[in-house]
Write a protein that binds this ligand. Structure first.
Ligand SMILES: Cc1cc2nc3c(=O)[nH]c(=O)nc-3n(C[C@H](O)[C@H](O)[C@H](O)COP(=O)(O)O)c2cc1C
Length: 210
């Protein structure tokens, strides 16, 4: 039937209020390693974040039904491993299969190395890992929140410049948004750039030819 503009149903584009939900996005989808070098497990976690600068603190929220839950509760330690586009399949796999049933590390061909301050191992494929010690476990409902201090950071030397500054731009970090994984895209700016001093009058901006 030919389209008739006048007969088209009107769509209501006004903002709507929805029921409460966990729709914050984007989030990291990290691989959390726990246990020991000899007996390790990995689970994928999206409910994580930073909660304090000094002391450096983070959290992960984990359902008590996860195999990793008791390992983390008993050891009081875990490692948050950042994930990259190259690790997306393994990240998903470790979030849909349980260490109860299989050795996910072997299955995903992940490599482990010892952390410096905790017994939980680091995943070698990760560009940056946060070694964490639990300071409090808070029951919230479906999930328990493990509030933890970041006691050490381990970074792949490829992402450290000559001055020791971390630069993860080339590492291919990924993000998780509403059930889907995305590669991080184009750089848009850097912290504080909106108020940074403009080049002095007469100065030629770096990217403009003389
Ligand atoms: C992208 C993604 C994010 C997830 N985030 C969480 C989370 O924040 N907390 C949680 O308890 N489970 C989360 N899960 C589910 C667990 O990773 C999953 O149940 C896993 O199989 C648990 O492994 P385990 O039984 O070996 O501990 C997530 C899964 C995926 C795929």
């Amino acid at each position: 039937m030919p389209e008739n503009k006048q007969n088209k149903p009107k769509i209501d584009y006004s903002r709507k209020t929805l029921n409460p939900g966990t729709l914050l996005a984007p989030l990291p989808a990290v691989m959390v390693s726990c246990g020991t070098m000899q007996k390790a497990n990995v689970l994928t976690v999206a409910w994580t974040g930073i909660v304090c600068t000094h002391p450096a603190m983070t959290y992960i929220s984990v359902r008590p039904s996860r195999h990793s839950y008791n390992i983390i509760k008993e050891s009081g330690e875990f490692v948050i491993n950042l994930t990259t586009s190259k690790m997306v399949r393994e990240t998903d796999f470790c979030g849909v299969r349980s260490g109860k049933d299989m050795d996910k590390i072997k299955k995903c061909n992940l490599h482990l190395e010892p952390a410096s301050k905790v017994s939980a191992p680091i995943i070698s494929e990760s560009p940056l890992s946060l070694e964490c010690k639990v300071v409090e476990v808070k029951q919230l409902g479906t999930h328990d929140m493990f509030l933890a201090e970041i006691v050490a950071v381990s970074v792949d030397g490829h992402y450290l410049d000559s001055k020791g500054k971390i630069n993860l731009q080339q590492s291919g970090l990924m993000a998780y948004s509403h059930g889907e994984y995305f590669a991080l895209g184009r750089k848009l700016g850097s912290f504080g750039y909106s108020v940074a001093k403009k080049a002095k009058t007469g100065a030629i901006p770096k990217n403009r030819k003389k």
